[in-house]
Design a protein around this ligand. Structure first.
Ligand code: GDP
Length: 459
């Protein structure tokens, strides 16, 4: 087992960090830069690859950030970065009552500024009340950022104002202005006292690595404070997590990839998992962690582990997982009454459930969280929903859509899902229109245009 799995259970839990932002603004590059720096700075094996996430332990964060992060100042074991960037994964990854990620980094290209997905991400962050910092990325293209031997975090703005040239300054202030238009009080990070109250804007380059130490330092400060105030977590208790994906795995059958955000899970635990119908009660058969790339050539892709503690990403092999839903809760039963745990899972599922009407459109999405996000967006657009489900568009969805009285509602909106070929054929026959997209606002825009067309034709 790796160090990150055996940390002192009385210390704070590893914060879960998500990276959001508009396409091409540099989310993947920034994650790669942090991971890459961790590999260079860390001793072999210091950073652990989790299922769906990368753990960067405190000492590695500190060696990347240099003087900006003194490990003695922190009780956090490190940071757990969710590997899939983008707000889709963010909304998908729900935990009890909110977003799975504790902290977010919103990436904004300094040249491109605010774009539709930046606004969408801000909306999500606002709604989930997730503290975040803004990485004003690609500063290498602006000239400049005067590398300075002193930490701007501990210095006053006056002594640092010459660190940023006027051209970059202008762009940074534009971002700060945009944030303020959206109702967030923001400032350049070295002027922010309380990062929970004010959004810190950190100029960075995911390409050259400039500003990455500062970004990590700000994140550690924010995380430490947030985790202390907000989290009452018993890392040693029975595990609580969220299903990321349901996957067929050779030799193991249907498995679930989960992010554990509280407690521990052991290789012999009984677990309850949210399913398409009833909660699934099953026994863990194996806990699987990805092996380091170098070992995969000779060994299987996974290594069995006996126990992991939050925060962690892990693959769980167990019988009866066929009905498990991405985005659904997972709970370990250990030392608890099974019925209580089932009740909790049911309550959580009910909390995510979408309200449906007698008449409306059919909505399909890849996970519970994205289904909920779609439902919220449709509610804002005053579009009623007759049926909302996780999964690909199937023939029975077409039958439901075809019964709508209003032609504008003979529609299926699919977010991040495929259309099964039978369903496609049937839609042609039944006069049902299917829209699919990977961006919620685009999907809704497409539908609204369609509605306008129909209304024009009716006039
Ligand atoms: P994502 O869609 O937000 O994940 O964006 P990517 O990380 O894929 O980056 C989009 C493009 O921007 C790629 O061609 C990157 O090489 C480039 N890019 C990302 N960060 C930087 C940066 O800091 N500086 C420069 N010059 N290019 C960058």
């Amino acid at each position: 087992m790796s160090d990150s799995d055996t940390h002192d259970p009385t210390s704070l839990r590893t914060p879960i960090v998500a990276v959001l932002g508009h396409v091409d603004h540099g989310k993947t590059s920034l994650l790669d830069k942090i991971r890459g720096s961790a590999v260079i700075e860390g001793e072999a094996g210091a950073i652990t690859q989790h299922i769906g996430a990368t753990a960067v332990p405190l000492d590695v964060v500190s060696s990347i950030a240099g003087e900006l992060v003194d490990p003695d100042d922190f009780d956090l074991p490190g940071l757990l970065f969710i590997d899939t960037p983008g707000h889709h994964s963010f909304t998908t990854l729900r935990s009890r009552g909110g977003a799975l990620a504790d902290i977010a980094i919103l990436v904004v290209d300094v040249n491109d500024g605010f774009q539709p997905q930046t606004l969408e991400a801000l909306d999500i962050l606002r709604r989930s009340e997730t503290p975040f910092i803004v990485a004003a990325n690609k500063i290498d293209t602006v000239p400049g950022w005067n590398e300075n031997e002193n930490s701007p975090i501990n210095d006053t703005y006056e002594s640092q104002s010459d660190r940023v040239t006027s051209r970059l300054d202008e762009k940074l202030y534009e971002i700060i202005g945009n944030l303020s238009d959206e109702g967030f009080s923001a400032d350049l990070y070295w002027r922010v006292q309380n990062f929970q109250r004010n959004v810190g804007v950190v100029p960075v380059s995911a390409m050259t690595g400039e500003g990455v130490p500062d970004l990590l330092a700000v994140m550690m400060g924010l995380s430490q404070r947030y985790m202390k105030e907000e989290m009452e977590i018993d890392v040693a208790g029975p595990g609580v997590g969220t299903v990321l994906e349901v996957k067929e795995e050779k030799g193991f059958g249907k498995t679930i990839d989960i992010v554990l955000y509280d407690g521990t899970i052991r290789a012999d635990d009984t677990i309850v998992v949210g399913g398409q119908n009833d909660p699934i009660v099953t026994e863990v058969r194996a806990l699987l962690q990805p092996r380091p790339l170098a070992e995969i050539r000779t060994e299987s892709r996974f290594e069995k582990v006996d126990e992991v503690s939050a925060a962690a990403g892990i693959k769980v092999a167990a019988p009866e997982l066929g009905d498990a839903m991405a985005g659904a809760p997972v709970r370990v039963v250990r030392d608890r009454d099974l019925d209580d745990v089932i009740d909790e899972v049911e309550a959580e599922l009910a909390d995510i459930a979408v309200d449906t009407e007698e008449q409306g459109v059919v909505v399909k999405a890849d996970t519970l969280g994205s289904l909920e996000a779609m439902a919220d967006a449709l509610e804002d657009a005053e579009v009623p929903i007759v049926r909302a489900e996780v999964g690909d568009v199937a023939p029975r969805d077409v039958s439901v859509a075809s019964t709508a009285e209003d032609p504008k509602q003979q529609v299926i909106l699919g977010f991040n899902v495929d259309v099964l070929s039978d369903a496609d054929r049937r839609a042609g026959v039944d006069d049902v229109t299917i829209f699919t997209d990977e961006v919620i606002y685009q999907l809704i825009e497409e539908y609204e245009e369609y509605v306008e067309e129909i209304e024009r034709a009716q006039q």
